[in-house]
Write a protein that binds this ligand. Structure first.
Ligand code: SAM
Length: 343
């Protein structure tokens, strides 16, 4: 290897080595409220003014602001030797809490749940399964992330936030207007369901999810009884699943082992009306498992936190066929892919 090639290879290692800092810079800036304050003020603010409002040290904040400029999350202008910062369009779109496409709670969830859980990766890899029972006293990730009202709200906001960005792409991959009654199994508090009724105004949607969500969000975040979206509380491994023409399983099967997925898919098949179907929305691993990295990363997160994993299209195909579904079709999306199976 020539010395130029070697330096290039080393740069790759250097980039990987520091990639966690990128995440920490963004999540810390979100947590401190830098982007929200700049958005609300509507003008460029100096590091001193920002530090005063956010009650931080000027020196620490300036260091963080400069790192945000380097990542193109903030702009920096100099006036009379003083530094003035503003949000970029990217930041206003995704990191400001009030933006309709905000990913603020994703950052919060990753910072509070995903990031610390990855500290256990070596032990989890050694043992081959999550260590949640010894760490948190339960192996069930939903008991962990729904422990308090605040944690549940962060988790739900994180899950819902994806759909104003990707919902349309995912839901228009197949023409779902042929399915008047749709059940979103593990649909949380309706992020995807809201996109569904906006794209298919005639459909009726039932969200089937844990009663803990109903107890916490009663009277506000959940759809009301007479709306086009209703919430049906239950445990999909223990309770009957409501009848529907189409069942959506978005980011739900990746939480479970093959046995768990098969149990759930068989229940869905039993409940499904003849001619109906199931729509799976997940990341997909390449058939040769060489990529993509996002799916590899998610599979590791699933190993650390759940019983599940990411799968390839063929692996989903096998599960769907074993459960009884036929005519399985796949449409590729930009990040999440869509598989439709028919009864
Ligand atoms: N489908 C949503 C989305 O993509 O935004 C949420 C996906 S989240 C990873 C999995 C969902 O399954 C959560 O909303 C969780 O509450 C729900 N869930 C987990 N175990 C469940 C069970 N036993 N019965 C019903 N719902 C369950």
């Amino acid at each position: 290897m020539s010395s130029t090639e070697e330096i290039k290879t080393f740069q790759t290692l250097f980039k990987y080595q520091h990639s966690f800092i990128t995440f920490k810079v963004i999540s810390t800036a979100c947590e401190l409220g830098i982007f929200d304050l700049l958005r609300e003020s509507g003008e460029l603010l100096s590091s001193g003014t920002l530090a005063e409002h956010l009650k931080t040290s000027p020196i620490g904040l300036q260091r963080l602001l400069e790192a945000c400029v380097g990542l193109k999350l903030l702009t920096l202008e100099w006036k009379d030797g003083k530094d003035f910062y503003g949000n970029t369009d990217f930041t206003n779109l995704y990191l400001v809490k009030s933006s309709p496409k905000s990913q603020y709670y994703s950052m919060k969830f990753y910072s509070e749940v995903m990031y610390p859980s990855m500290q256990h990766l070596p032990e989890v890899v050694r043992k081959g399964k999550n260590q949640s029972s010894s760490i948190y006293g339960t192996p069930n990730v939903f008991e962990i992330i729904y422990r308090s009202k605040e944690e549940l709200q962060t988790s739900s906001s994180f899950l819902n936030e994806l759909w104003p960005v990707l919902g349309r792409e995912v839901l228009s991959a197949f023409d779902l207007s042929q399915f008047p009654l749709i059940c979103d199994v593990g649909g949380n508090t309706g992020g995807l369901a809201k996109e569904l009724i906006s794209l298919y105004p005639k459909c009726i949607v039932t969200i089937f999810d844990l009663s803990k969500l109903a107890e916490t969000f009663k009277n506000h975040c959940l759809p009301s009884e007479d709306s086009q979206i209703t919430f049906h509380a239950g445990d999909f491994f223990k309770d009957p699943i409501p009848e529907a023409d189409l069942y959506i399983l978005a980011r739900t099967l990746h939480d479970w082992s093959d046995e768990g997925c098969l149990q759930l898919l068989r229940k869905v098949y039993q409940a499904c009306k003849p001619g109906g179907g199931v729509l799976i929305v997940e990341m997909l691993l390449d058939e040769d498992k060489r990529g993509p990295s996002t799916a590899h990363f998610y599979s590791l997160l699933m190993l650390v936190l759940t019983e599940g994993k990411e799968r390839s299209a063929t692996e989903f195909n096998v599960l769907l066929r074993k459960a009884g579904f036929q005519k399985i079709e796949l449409k590729k999306g930009s990040l999440f892919h869509i598989i439709l199976g028919r009864k």
